[in-house]
Structures are given as structure tokens and as C-alpha cells.
Design a binder for this molecule. Structure first.
Ligand code: FDA
Length: 392
């Protein structure tokens, strides 16, 4: 008889949490990771303070080919449930912007908490230990590892997404899903900076480092967040958010002065201001941005009082509906998550078990459920792990 009821592959956020829950419910669990350390992405998350959940997380904050799939798991393990766990472990936390909850001290506190939960569930941990493959055998599976073959009735794949390969990300989960006949949806870097052709971007390079609040749209996405100009393109929360909605070859549209009707304001200034356009615009926008925007335009040197309404309207439109087509993203090296993954049509939304291969489960980022920026991806890791951990 196998000494394990379940082998969990991947000791990141989802794998650690799932192993702890299943162990505490009585399952004999083996948790395997090929990295020497557990939870590397937790460690680097949230600038080292781990934005571990979002108080307001709900299905509307996730992208997936099937937006309904995440509902059940999110409803059965909520941000409040995770906050209660964090409080039970006496981890101090605070709320930042828009419901985002961070550790006061360090992301290491969350890792230590997950390890204590695993200890309480008598979880066995093997690492570093590579997994070469998984195959069906009898009424369960045989998992080929560096430490020899392991038999188990259940296998949970929690190997995460493709971002940041240098800390252990692999396509193992996607490949394994396909080997077992599960479909995977197209994958792409998400929550990632966007890049532009060097020649097109040259006028904006002097703005590198400038940050300002904007309204940004692309596809079905729209966010009011801070934008950051970089040497190669655009970043900051606004762009990371919209990158998940952006598809290659399509434009993003940015309002650089949200909440203001620039055309109205500039036209009104005609009656009261003796300034040139170049001196009037910085009254309503960061000076560096106004300067770069007007560079080389004859309009800049014109007194605003003598400028045609049409020219002011065009100037305002160029700033408030700035439409530009990125040439790509900074890729998996800089992405926070992978969009796409194991197709949810092949999984039970109650347990994360494969419909076609009983006993095989997929949880966390490897599944085609991608959260917005702001603690949502960890909430999905916890919620999908809880759904699975309670079932195995
Ligand atoms: P995760 O990547 O955590 O774990 C996968 C594990 O599987 C790893 O330990 C890996 O070593 C292991 N593994 C991979 N292949 C294997 C193989 N072949 N054999 C054995 N083991 C294997 N989210 C959020 O909500 N708030 C935040 O603050 C941040 N911040 C953040 C910052 C940065 C820089 C990044 C890159 C990402 C974030 N995220 C985030 C996203 C979040 O980290 C991510 O969504 C979760 O960690 C996903 O949890 P998983 O357990 O699914 O994968």
C-alpha cells in the first residue's frame, strides 16, 4: 500500500496551502518541489511584504475563458477566511490602496505560517526533488521523482505559471495536463510592462521615471491607476492591469488627465490667461509631460488667447484619448502572472479534479484563472487550494 493519499507537486502558495488543509483533514500528503526553498514567489511578492489577498476579491476580478469557473471556490474560501488564518498566526497586516492587504513585516511570515499549517497536517516534504513524470497505475498514479517512484491515489499539480523562470517556474503543469489529454488555453504574460518600437518611443524616453494617475482602457478592461513611463515603454499599476486585457496588435487608450475636461479648461483659459499654450498646459498636467507633448509644435509658442478652439480641442483629445499600439510586453521575465492555462472545462469547479482523469487535480496559477493586480492571484491560489485540499 502507498504511504501517501496524495502527492502535491509544487510547494508554492497553492501547493503549501492545499497540503496543509488536506493533511489536517487526515490525508497522508507528500509535497514535492524541485527548488531548494518553498514559496519563492511569496517571498518576492508585494515588494517583500506579500499582498496576500484583496478584501473585495470576487469573480469580477478574474479573467478566464470561463469567467464563472472561479465562483464556487472563491465563495467557499473568502478573503475573510484567509484574514482569520493570518490573525490566528498573529501576523500583523495593513490595508493599502483599494482593499489590498499586506504584511506589516515580511512576506516570510506568510511562508512560515503555511509551513506551520503543513506541520500540523504531518505533511512530508521533499525538496529539492525533481519530478520527471506522472503516469496512471492501478487505481492511482506513479510519480517519478529524483528520490525514486512514489505511488499515490491522488496527484495535485500546483506548479504555477511561467513567469520568472529564474526562481523555478516551469511549464511542467501545462505539459502534464496535455499528456493526460486535458486541453490548455493560449498562455501569455500578464500583469507585465508594455513595450514600443524604439523609434516610436524616442519622444517619450525623456519622460522615464514620470508617474501620474491615468484612466486606461483596452479590450474589456478599464482602470484608474498610476502610469509609469520607462525607457522602453509603459509600466505602473495602470499598465500592469491593462496588460492582462491587451492582445497583440490592438491599441491601448490613455486619458492622461482623468477627471478633467481639458478642452473645456483650455478654452475657458482663453478669456482669462495671457500665457502661451506651453505655459498654460502645465497648469493642468505634470510640467515634464506638457513639455514633451508640445515639443516641436508651433502651437506651443502661441498665446492661448489667440489659439483656435479647434486646435485646443485637438490638443486635449491627443492627451485624453492617447491611443497607442504596443509592440509587445517585457515577457515572462518581468510578468507577475501567466494568463491562460489548464482549460477549466476539463476541471470540476467544486474540487479542481480533472473530469477525464479522476484523482488528478490542478490548482493555482497553472489553471486558466488570472487575477487582477492587488492580491487577487494569491486569493485564487488559497481558494482553489482549499477546494482541492478539502476534497482529497
Ligand atoms: P507558485 O509559482 O507560487 O508555486 C509553484 C511552485 O511549483 C514553485 O515552488 C516551483 O518551484 C514549483 N515547481 C514548478 N515546476 C516544478 C516542477 N517541474 N517540479 C517540482 N516543482 C515545480 N500575487 C498576489 O496576489 N499578490 C502579490 O503581491 C503578488 N506579487 C507578485 C510579485 C511577483 C514578482 C510575481 C512574479 C508574482 C506576484 N504575484 C502576486 C503572483 C503570485 O505570486 C502567483 O499568482 C502565485 O504565487 C501562484 O501560486 P501557485 O502556487 O500557483 O504557483
Amino acid at each position: 500500500m502507498s504511504p501517501y493519499d496524495a502527492v502535491v507537486i509544487g510547494a508554492g502558495a497553492a501547493g503549501l496551502f492545499c497540503a496543509g488543509i488536506a493533511g489536517q483533514l487526515g490525508a497522508r500528503v507528500l509535497l514535492i518541489d524541485h527548488s531548494p526553498k518553498v514559496g519563492e514567489k511569496i517571498r518576492i511578492s508585494g515588494g517583500g511584504r506579500c499582498n496576500f489577498t484583496n478584501r473585495d476579491a470576487g469573480p469580477a476580478n478574474f479573467l478566464s475563458d470561463n469567467p464563472h469557473f472561479c465562483r464556487s471556490a472563491l465563495a467557499r474560501y473568502t478573503p475573510q477566511d484567509f484574514i482569520a488564518l493570518v490573525q490566528r498566526h498573529r501576523i500583523a497586516w495593513h490595508e493599502k490602496h483599494k482593499g489590498q492587504l499586506f504584511c506589516d513585516e515580511s512576506a516570510e511570515d506568510i511562508i512560515a505560517m503555511l509551513l506551520r499549517e503543513c506541520e500540523q497536517g504531518n505533511v512530508t516534504r521533499w525538496q529539492p526533488c525533481a519530478v520527471a513524470g506522472v503516469r496512471q497505475s492501478g487505481d492511482g498514479f506513479e510519480v517519478d521523482t529524483d528520490r525514486g517512484p512514489v505511488r499515490s491515489r491522488r496527484v495535485v499539480v500546483a506548479t504555477g505559471g511561467l513567469p520568472v523562470p529564474k526562481i523555478g517556474a516551469t511549464d511542467f503543469g501545462l505539459r502534464l495536463a496535455r499528456e493526460f489529454g486535458l486541453r490548455t488555453t493560449d498562455t501569455r504574460p500578464a500583469l507585465v510592462p508594455l513595450t514600443f518600437d524604439a523609434a516610436d518611443w524616442a519622444p517619450f524616453v525623456p519622460l522615464a521615471g514620470l508617474s501620474l494617475p491615468v484612466n486606461i482602457t483596452s479590450g474589456d478592461g478599464e482602470f484608474l491607476e498610476d502610469l509609469l513611463f520607462t525607457h522602453r515603454g509603459l509600466s505602473g499599476p495602470a499598465v500592469l492591469q491593462i496588460s492582462s486585457f491587451w492582445r497583440g496588435g490592438t491599441p491601448i487608450t490613455i486619458d492622461l488627465a482623468p477627471g478633467v475636461d481639458l478642452a473645456d479648461v483650455l478654452k475657458a483659459a482663453k478669456g482669462t490667461s495671457r500665457r502661451k499654450v506651453a505655459n498654460e498646459l502645465p497648469q493642468h498636467l505634470p510640467a515634464r509631460l506638457a513639455e514633451a507633448w508640445l515639443a516641436g509644435r508651433p502651437l506651443a509658442e502661441r498665446p492661448i488667447a489667440d489659439t483656435r478652439d479647434k486646435d485646443l480641442q485637438d490638443l486635449a483629445a491627443s492627451l485624453q484619448a492617447w491611443s497607442l499600439v504596443p509592440n509587445g510586453t517585457e515577457g515572462y521575465r518581468k510578468a507577475e502572472v501567466m494568463a491562460g492555462g489548464v482549460d477549466t472545462k476539463g476541471l470540476s469547479s467544486q474540487t479542481m479534479e480533472s473530469r477525464a482523469v479522476p484523482g488528478l487535480y490542478f490548482i493555482g496559477e497553472v489553471v486558466d484563472v488570472t487575477g487582477w493586480l492587488g492580491g487577487y492571484n494569491f486569493q485564487w491560489a488559497w481558494a482553489s487550494a482549499a477546494a482541492c485540499g478539502r476534497a482529497i
